[in-house]
Design a protein around this ligand. Sequence first.
Ligand SMILES: [Zn+2]
Length: 188
Amino acid sequence: MKIESGDLVMPGDFLAVSEQFLPGQGAYDDEGFIKSTTSGNVYINIKSKEIEVISKSGGPVLLKKGDIIFGQIKDLRGQRALVDIQIKKGCSREFALPYKAAIHISQVTKGYLDRLNEAFRIGDIIEAEIIKVMGDNVDLTTIEDNCGVIKAMCTRCRNYMKPSKRNELYCERCNHKEKRKISSNYVE
Ligand SMILES: [Zn+2]
């Protein structure tokens, strides 16, 4: 059986032969066989040729499909909103990888979305669900009601805005209205 990144292993489990990989954090060399010292998720670092086991109870976090994250909209590029993932919901630990995340325009909302800036603006704080992880590349969705923008500033005056109606935020300071994909967890 071939071990892959993300696989769950127990202490003493076989990971690889030492001709293939070096033992990294959470792994050791047992006479040519790389084994796990802990229970956790396997992480294979292709560049450094190291195989590691990220402990479940502590240490850095590997993201997986279904995880809910909080992040900030970094840029809107064509059909994709680029997201800086800040933290996994309910977990304060650091990430094992420097994740790069994006939301495709088709994954923003249930209905049709003409342009990304009708849902997000740079700097918005969002809650999103992970739909795919490929190494350090993460695809997100905000289709569910709990996902979307949870905090946003007015693009005119930088005041925090309040939801006024479905998919619309309102700035009390300058009366400006802006469209967003708003989460049911929006912070007022
Ligand atoms: Zn304003």
